[in-house]
Design a protein around this ligand. Structure first.
Ligand SMILES: Cc1cc2nc3c(=O)[nH]c(=O)nc-3n(C[C@H](O)[C@H](O)[C@H](O)COP(=O)(O)OP(=O)(O)OC[C@H]3O[C@@H](n4cnc5c(N)ncnc54)[C@H](O)[C@@H]3O)c2cc1C
Length: 310
């Protein structure tokens, strides 16, 4: 079987638990998994030293990893990652990286994989309306949808090899100015509460934030909300042209359930919809539906959750 190389998913300066899921997928795809951790300080790799299911851990150290830049990251990672099937997360950034690494190595890329059966990989297409089965042969780059594969445990032990990945890089991002936000990103959350145009105004998203704070959830939005209100950033958009999410619980508030929105969230484990229109398409996909205005439903939900969790 082919060797595998997992590129660790880094989030907010930490090795994300998604990495454990990537290793589990890599161990189905091949053998002798090497975990490559992009970092500016090799101590970041210490967080992964007890991860199980890996034969080797490489801390790829370079200043290029300070800010994301597809070209620089792909060049640096390509220089240290051994040959084999490369596995990344199917986050927006890592799908971009997967394609760049595949181009550098002149191999195929299979994006957003949700199941693996031998050498056949399944990936949703046409906004999730169909599943494509792709047969792979030899080295490829594969991105794995988060929250689909079970993660390996953290009871292993593996030495860490630090490799300088600085090399002769052609591009590097000098500075990244982020919009100040302390909120959890939708792509990292296990629980998401999203608002649509039915919220009426961006100020009303504060009601969703209140519930998100109680549940430890992220706040998302439909494209109509993002397009209509400048205060709702594109980074919150869930759907075909936004982020694909796969949380345990997705609460859709004032969202009609257009096919393009469903494309990004319908694989959520449980879907709860709050909509005043009983015929809204979202109810066809919801596990629990509340036919009501959010003005009526959210205060009740909020106080029930507070009582439950206090
Ligand atoms: C190429 C393309 C890509 C797209 N990509 C995306 C994407 O990535 N993500 C995305 O979301 N959309 C996407 N869209 C847009 C999509 O087609 C819909 O227009 C959009 O999802 C609608 O958003 P919405 O449900 O918030 O708004 P609406 O369709 O206007 O629905 C609002 C809902 O709120 C309900 N409502 C109103 N008032 C209340 C109230 N007080 N209480 C409770 N419910 C209330 C209404 O009954 C209605 O169902 C895309 C479209 C195209 C063409």
């Amino acid at each position: 079987m082919t060797d595998t190389v997992v590129i660790a998913e880094i989030s907010k300066g930490k090795v994300s638990p998604t990495t454990n899921e990537l290793i589990s997928a890599a161990n189905i795809l091949g053998t002798d998994c090497t975990l490559v951790i992009p970092c500016t300080d090799s101590s970041l790799a210490d967080q992964a030293s007890n991860i199980s299911g890996v034969a080797k851990i490489i801390a790829a150290k370079s200043s290029v990893f300070t800010n994301y830049d597809a070209s620089g990251w792909a060049q640096a990672l390509d220089s240290v990652a051994p040959q084999g099937i490369i596995v990344t997360a199917a986050s927006a950034q890592s799908k971009d990286l997967a394609a760049r690494i595949a181009a550098r190595r002149n191999v195929s890329v299979v994006q957003d994989v949700i199941s693996i059966d031998g050498t056949t990989l399944s990936t949703p297409i046409y906004s999730g309306k169909a599943i494509e089965n792709v047969a792979i042969n030899g080295n490829v780059v594969v991105s794995i949808r988060p929250n689909v594969f079970p993660g390996v445990s953290n009871d292993g032990s593996c030495d860490i090899q630090v490799i300088d990945a600085s090399g002769d890089l052609s591009t590097a991002v000098k500075e990244l100015v982020e919009r100040a936000s302390t909120r959890l990103d939708v792509s990292e959350a296990n629980i998401i509460i999203s608002g649509g145009r039915g919220m009426g105004s961006p100020d009303n998203f504060s009601h969703l934030e209140e519930i998100a704070d109680t549940l430890g959830a992220a706040v998302g939005a439909s494209r109509a909300a993002v397009d209509t209100w400048d205060d709702i950033p594109h980074s919150m958009q869930v759907g075909q042209t936004g982020k694909t999410v796969n949380p345990n619980l997705y609460i859709a508030v004032g969202i009609s359930g257009a096919i393009q929105h469903l494309a990004g969230m319908r694989s959520s484990k449980y879907i709860v919809a709050i909509n005043k229109d009983a015929d809204a398409p979202i109810f066809q996909y919801a596990d629990y539906g509340i036919v009501s205005t959010w003005e009526e439903a959210l205060p009740v939900l909020s106080s029930a959750l507070s009582n439950m969790l206090s």
